[in-house]
Design a protein around this ligand. Structure first.
Ligand code: URA
Length: 457
């Protein structure tokens, strides 16, 4: 194959044949195409795009560049969720054990943080002893045995994406819908799924800042997922404010456990006083938006796999399951299966905080929170050491913010907008100064914005 002629063809806006795409992905993965030529091809794709058939060919060629998980036949459907990423987005953590308890198998292959968006694997790395790098056989065995796993991609899974993504990162070709679609779906298809729900974020801290760009990406991924035989749905969700009440690796694990322990359902609010006082306690530790999104993702998968007839029936089923406490026990089971030291984890969980310096950000007036800027919050947490500026950056798992007051909530002057967890008090004070601009308070509550703006199926 003359790869130069393929670059030139794409540069001129021509359509590449399926076999040509398969061939160059194979050759590039094998190290037979130099990075500079592949970078030129990526730039040609960035400007000229790929049609649906070309995007499918690229996705399948990338999926087939390495190992694909093979599961034995089982009545439990294989499902997963993918989020395009945001601040405080820890949905995967409570969702995986919830789905396992709802009768699914969940081979959740996740990634690390880069820039301001958090990574599920970094959050899990804050759990003492927890292993995120598992061989394919262990992933399959654990899913078969306990129903869920959350781990990283093995070296042998989708190696083409690893190489191409690194080159996109270095060549300014990340924001291309066909390249993003192929990158995300090649990894999800390698899990051998029956159904997939995609949480495509829009807003100031999202990869796709406008709802219309998020919709375009979601439509492309839903169409391709379906074409590849996976029942795929997407929800468009707001990422102008952080999700939940905590952002930062360990703080998000803590909030995920609080979510698994929460009982704040509408029906329970009508119940006894003692129960409702417990529900107040839990809702201070976990955001109602987090719980709602976890339940929504589970509900969509229940409908997609025909385990429920309607979204409302599915939500009730998911809510009852979460309220039963079984997913909280499943979480511990998953931790133990992946090598965590449960006693050390519980000891850490019992601490209010683990960072050396913790201060409260105080509001300048009483009133309603009208803004809680997720992008600025993400940048501050990254600069506290909670995220990565480069792939090689070391991560501080204990820093971040929690007890976040969310848009629409009332705060008193004597109350708290959030707590800042830092490596030392100088850094905590510097974060305090920057975070003031992230919040706005007004005498009137803002108009409510729905968390899920659209569903695409
Ligand atoms: N996440 C991925 O895995 N790939 C992309 O291209 C973008 C986000």
């Amino acid at each position: 194959m003359n790869f130069l002629s393929l670059i030139e063809a794409k540069r001129e806006g021509k359509i590449l044949a399926q076999e040509q795409i398969r061939h160059f992905v194979r050759e590039f993965t094998a190290g037979k195409i130099p990075d500079y030529q592949m970078a030129a091809m990526l730039m040609a794709i960035y400007f000229r795009g790929l049609n649906p058939a070309e995007t499918t060919a690229l996705t399948l060629a990338m999926r087939d560049s390495g190992d694909v998980l093979k599961f034995p036949k089982d009545a439990r459907p294989l499902v997963d969720k993918h989020s395009t990423g945001g601040i405080g987005d820890k949905v995967s953590l409570p969702l995986a054990p919830l789905l396992a308890c709802l009768g699914f198998r969940v081979p959740m292959i996740s990634g690390r943080s880069l820039g301001i968006t958090g990574g599920t694997l970094d959050k899990l790395d804050s759990i003492p002893g927890f292993q995120t790098l598992l061989p394919a056989e262990k992933i399959v065995a654990q899913v078969q045995k306990i129903g869920c796993v959350i781990c990283g991609q093995t070296d042998r899974m989708v190696p083409a994406d690893k190489k191409i993504y690194a080159l996109r990162d270095a060549s300014g070709t990340v924001p291309s819908i066909p390249l993003i679609t192929a990158s995300i779906l090649s990894k999800k298809l390698a899990e051998g799924l029956d159904a997939l729900v995609l949480d495509v974020k829009f807003g100031c801290a999202a990869f796709m800042q406008t709802k219309s760009d998020a919709r375009k990406l979601a439509q492309a991924m839903v169409a391709l997922g379906k074409e590849c035989g996976v029942n795929t749905r997407a929800i468009l969700t707001d990422m102008n404010s952080p999700l939940g009440r905590a952002a930062g690796n360990w703080l998000e694990v803590k909030e995920s456990v609080a979510c698994l322990e929460s009982r704040s359902s509408r029906r329970e609010e009508d119940q006894t006083k003692s129960e409702s006082s417990q529900s107040l306690l839990t809702s201070a530790a976990t955001g109602p938006d987090l719980r709602a999104l976890v339940l929504d993702c589970a509900a969509h998968l229940l409908v997609q796999t025909k385990k429920s007839k309607s979204l409302s029936a599915a939500r009730r089923l998911a809510e009852d399951c979460l309220n039963s406490g079984a997913p909280r026990k499943k979480w511990d089971e998953m931790l133990v299966a992946q090598g965590a030291d449960l006693a050390a984890f519980n000891k850490k969980l019992a601490k209010d905080f683990t960072a050396p310096a913790v201060i409260e950000l105080k509001p300048e007036m009483s009133g309603f929170v009208t803004k809680c800027d997720a992008r600025l919050i993400g940048e501050v947490i990254r600069d506290l050491g909670g995220g990565r500026l480069t792939k090689e950056s070391a991560v501080n798992y204990d820093v971040g913010i929690d007890q976040i007051a969310k848009p629409g909530e009332r705060v008193e002057k004597s109350g708290t907008l959030c707590r800042i967890h830092a490596a030392d008090s100088a850094r905590a004070k510097a974060a305090d100064a920057r975070l003031r601009a992230a919040f706005a308070i007004s005498a009137k509550p803002p108009a409510a914005t729905p968390l899920v703006a659209e569903i695409l199926q």
